[in-house]
Design a protein. Structure first.
Length: 232
């Protein structure tokens, strides 16, 4: 099946458009990793940790992103979300894992210290309408792939309970108001069993969506919630 797909729909690099793969080595190296920031104030932070002065009871504990939302990384995310190239989820996961293996971010050290115990990957959910239209949730695809490669549990721990306008069309304050009260945790999930969460989404823009999701997870009993995105 894969051979037939490659024959009729050959892979092309999302950056330079050369045939052969979705991401050539040159375009992978061109992904720009910006300075890590505190998810609360969005100022520089060591390891992406929330500054002590910014910490809140139900706030995020940190933020890590693979790269800046530009160039080949932006093209890959766009094709995954709007052109339904599902295979890019696996490609982007592999790039993330390779980056972690080389640079050993602070967050990976924390997971290693716990031998992965108590950590679970939770994707930011789409609305039922948007997921039916697209046919999948890109964050779920990446989360499932990442959980297998890291040996961590995976859980659809959140659900949307209110349809919202697309965040991309709104400004900062409007995004916060638009997303407020749009999520809740799934019934029957004991977050005391999974006290440490990697909250996964594709892009961090203003952070409104992930802060709201983190708030709900913390209210449900999670002790740590780290935001993980492909781009910022």
């Amino acid at each position: 099946m894969n051979l037939l797909l490659d024959l009729f729909f050959p892979k092309r690099c999302v950056g330079c458009r050369q045939f052969g793969s979705y991401f050539c080595k040159e375009c992978i190296t061109e992904i720009k990793q910006g300075d890590l920031i505190c998810p609360a104030c969005e100022k520089l932070s060591v390891g992406g940790q929330t500054h002590p002065i910014c910490k809140k009871r139900f706030g995020l504990n940190g933020l890590w992103s693979l790269g800046l939302y530009e160039g080949s990384l932006r093209s890959a995310i766009t094709q995954l979300k709007y052109k339904w190239v599902r295979a890019l989820a696996e490609e982007l996961t592999n790039i993330t894992i390779e980056y972690w293996a080389i640079y050993q971010p602070f967050l990976l050290d924390k997971i290693k210290q716990d031998y992965g115990q108590g950590w679970v990957i939770v994707p930011v959910p789409l609305s039922v309408w948007r997921q039916n239209w697209r046919g999948f949730n890109q964050s779920s695809l990446i989360g499932q792939s990442l959980s297998k490669k890291l040996g961590l549990d995976y859980c659809e721990g959140l659900k949307r309970i209110r349809h919202t306008k697309p965040q991309v069309s709104l400004k900062g304050y409007q995004r916060k108001q638009n997303i407020k009260g749009a999520f809740t945790t799934q019934e029957g999930i004991d977050f005391k069993k999974y006290p440490k969460i990697l909250l996964l989404d594709d892009v961090w823009t203003t952070g409104s969506t992930m802060r709201e999701c983190g708030y709900e997870l913390k209210k449900a009993g999670a002790k740590q919630v780290w935001a993980i995105t492909l781009a910022r």
